[in-house]
Design a protein around this ligand. Structure first.
Ligand code: ADP
Ligand code: TYD
Length: 201
C-alpha cells in the first residue's frame, strides 16, 4: 500500500507521521518511511533553493519542474521497488503537495500535466488544521519562516488542498486527521479515524 501524508506547513505532519508509523507497525504492516523533497540529488537541489534567504534565485516554473523531477525519481528508485518488495510505503508529502503549493502561482492544469506519470497513492492522510494553529506552531518552533509560511498563503493552500481532495475522491482513499489535537492526543485520533482503513494484516 502506498500512503501519502499531506497538510499545510505547521499541521504537525512530522509528529503525526511518527505516530502513524507506530500505528501501522502495531497492526502488522512492514513500513518504509520516506519524504518529498527526497534525499536524492533532485531533492537536495530543491532544499538548497528553498533555504536561500536572499532574492529567490529560481523561477516558480523551475521549482515546479524540480518537484516533479524529484517525484519521478523517488518513484523509480525508491517507492516502486519497496512496493514490489511488499512494503507499505509511507511518504511525508507527495503529488497533492505539488497540486496545492505549485498551483498557487502557476496554472493548475500545467502542474497536473507535469505530474502525469506520478502514480496516485492508494491512501492520502490529510491533516486538517486551522491557519491560526499552524502559524502559532511555526512561530513557536522556527527561527525564520520559509517562503510558504504566511497567513494568506496558508489560507489559499487550505482551500486548494480541499479542491484537490474532492477532485481525486473517487480514485484515492482520503483519511482525515484532526491537526488541532494536542501532541498526546494524536495517537488516539489515528486509532479512531484510521482503524477502519488499515485492517490488521
Ligand atoms: P510540520 O511537519 O507540519 O511542519 P511538525 O510536526 O514539525 O509540523 O510540527 C511543528 C511544531 O509544532 C513542532 O515543533 C511540534 O513540536 C509542534 N507540534 C506538532 N504537532 C503538535 C500538536 N498536535 N500540538 C501541539 N504542538 C504540536
Ligand atoms: P518539507 O521539508 O516537507 O517541509 P515541512 O516539514 O515544513 O512540511 O517541504 C518543504 C517545502 O516544500 C514545504 O513548504 C512544502 C513544499 N513542497 C512543495 O511546494 N511542493 C511539493 O511538491 C512538495 C513535495 C513540497
Amino acid at each position: 500500500m502506498f500512503i501519502a501524508v499531506e497538510g499545510i506547513d505547521g499541521s504537525g505532519k512530522s509528529t503525526t507521521i511518527a505516530e502513524l508509523e507506530k500505528f501501522l507497525v502495531a497492526r502488522g504492516y512492514t513500513v518504509h518511511r520516506t519524504a518529498e523533497p527526497t534525499k536524492l540529488d533532485t531533492g537536495r537541489a530543491i532544499r538548497e533553493l528553498l533555504g536561500l534567504k536572499s532574492e529567490r534565485p529560481y523561477t516558480r516554473h523551475e521549482l515546479a519542474l524540480l518537484f516533479a523531477a524529484d517525484r519521478l525519481r523517488h518513484l523509480e528508485e525508491e517507492v516502486e521497488p519497496m512496493l514490489a518488495a511488499g512494503k507499505t510505503v509511507l511518504t511525508d508529502r507527495y503529488l497533492f503537495s505539488s497540486l496545492a503549493y505549485q498551483s498557487a502561482d502557476l496554472p493548475y492544469e500545467w502542474v497536473r500535466e507535469l505530474n502525469r506519470f506520478a502514480r496516485l497513492p492508494d491512501v492520502v492522510v490529510y491533516i486538517g488544521v486551522g491557519v491560526d494553529t499552524a502559524l502559532s506552531r511555526i512561530a513557536r518552533f522556527r527561527q525564520n519562516a520559509e517562503i510558504f509560511e504566511t497567513r494568506g498563503f496558508l489560507e489559499k493552500l487550505t482551500a486548494t488542498y480541499e479542491r484537490v481532495l474532492a477532485e481525486y475522491a473517487d480514485r484515492v482513499t482520503v483519511a482525515r486527521l484532526n491537526g488541532e489535537v494536542a501532541m498526546d492526543g494524536i495517537a488516539a485520533d489515528i486509532e479512531k479515524r484510521l482503524s477502519g482503513i488499515f485492517p490488521k494484516s
